[in-house]
Design a protein around this ligand. Structure first.
Ligand code: HEC
Length: 163
């Protein structure tokens, strides 16, 4: 191989690497944008004083639950790649849970998690959303629950009060 051929080969490898890095960055930016407008942090974030979401801990999991009549009380869990969050889940498993409500253990997520609507996500958008979640800094927080309809939750919860 001549010096020129070698230099050209190195250059094309470099171009390739730069191209991939840009694609990844664009994908993560898209995922972040989708997570924002789909309001993942609106639920998967602890509530600070005065009921305002504590955005410094966005996506670290909530400290309160949603009580659904007849179903139980459900706390939005930690979405970061820590073992207490989605750390042990594959990209495929996260995508399945977000779009079909089926967790890796087979349990169906309560419908307060809007997986019915997220089922309409297009393939590339779903991949971007999952890649973004997997790129978050891991944070350790094991959200409590869920509790069955006759169990008493140990954290505050929002519920439906019949008149
Ligand atoms: C209206 C509130 C709400 C919104 C908005 C929401 N979630 Fe959830 N999510 C929940 C609740 C509550 C659970 C727990 C349900 C259960 O345990 O049955 C959950 C569960 C999950 C789970 C399963 C985690 C686990 O450990 O079981 C994933 C993954 C998830 N949500 C991802 C997302 C993503 C990604 C978004 C945004 C695109 C989002 N959620 C938006 C409320 C919400």
């Amino acid at each position: 191989m001549s010096a020129l051929t070698r230099a050209l080969a190195a250059l094309s490898l470099l171009a390739c690497a730069v191209g991939t890095a840009q694609a990844d960055e664009a994908q993560l930016a898209r995922g972040k944008y989708l997570a924002t407008i789909m309001d993942c942090a609106g639920c998967h974030t602890p509530m600070g004083p005065n009921g305002v979401p504590d955005m410094a801990n966005a996506l670290h999991g909530a400290n309160y639950g949603f009580q659904l009549p007849g179903l139980g009380t459900f706390v939005p869990p930690n979405l970061t790649p820590d073992p207490t969050g989605l750390g042990g889940w594959s990209a495929e498993e996260i995508a399945t849970a977000v779009t079909t409500g089926v967790r890796p253990d087979g349990r169906i997520l309560a419908p307060i998690m809007p997986w019915h609507s997220y089922g309409a996500l297009q393939k590339d958008d779903l991949a971007a959303l999952v890649a973004f979640l997997q790129s978050l800094p891991p944070y350790a927080y094991d959200a409590p629950g869920p509790w069955g309809p006759s169990e008493k939750p140990t954290v505050p919860y929002l519920g439906l009060v019949m008149p």
